[in-house]
Design a protein around this ligand. Sequence first.
Ligand code: SF4
Length: 280
Amino acid sequence: MLCFDCPRACGVDREKSLGYCKEGKDIKVAKIIPNFKWEEPCISGQNGALAIFFSGCNLRCSFCQNYDISHISKGTQYTPKEFRKLLESYDLTKFSSIDLITPTHFSSALIESLQDFKCPIPIVWNSSGYESKEMIKKVAKVVDVFMPDFKYFSSQISQELSACPNYFEVAIEAIKEMKKQKSNNIYENDILKEGVIIRHLVLPGHTSDSIKILDAIKENIDNPLISLMSQFIPLYNSPIKRKLYPLEYKIVLNHALKIGLNKGFIQDYSSADENFVPDF
Ligand code: SF4
């Protein structure tokens, strides 16, 4: 089958050749970290998430904090059946959620794998936001929570950092669809059982782009839950060479509050540390 899993729309047969994400048709997992506590409190909870880091990426940002897996693609391959068995091999009641990290380029295989899965904990689709509306409709049938990044407003910046000039146009439509599919945020014991969290990482030197992203959220998304992140660190070949200044984060946070985006999460500065980047 030709691959149109994401908006790169390569149209390649992933059994025979590779598209932009450089991954074959089977699911490739770089790392599983049980009891992962670094996500938002309503995802990690007391028990931590079962965090599954997929190999490769359909966006491959040049500043990626997980370069080893997104660009170099280390990992173990699973068919959809094998991946389901892998999940079932864990006592899932011991975790607060299943955190599928960067899953977009395995959308079709994951939908097949998770179909009719009676999971005792929420399944979180933790993605880059660069996804098609049509695929989000299908994914919504097998996951409970969408947690997309909303990275860039400017096409110049998205081209420069992710070789993706239409990021904003695509991501806003994907996030609107996520919100349509999971319109209410439903909690149980402080864990988000169903809903949408929109993440935005404020990039050093790009506060005005962050402000435009917040304005777009305000304008397009009803009652959004946002997570404003500050943890950027310049790693690997990042073209951005410094951490975020506290003042930059404050400017963006103040704007969020000024326009009434006051539901969600802010990040402690201490998390902008290499110790918070999982070692692959
Ligand atoms: S998932 Fe990979 S091969 Fe498929 S369209 Fe996206 S980048 Fe291309």
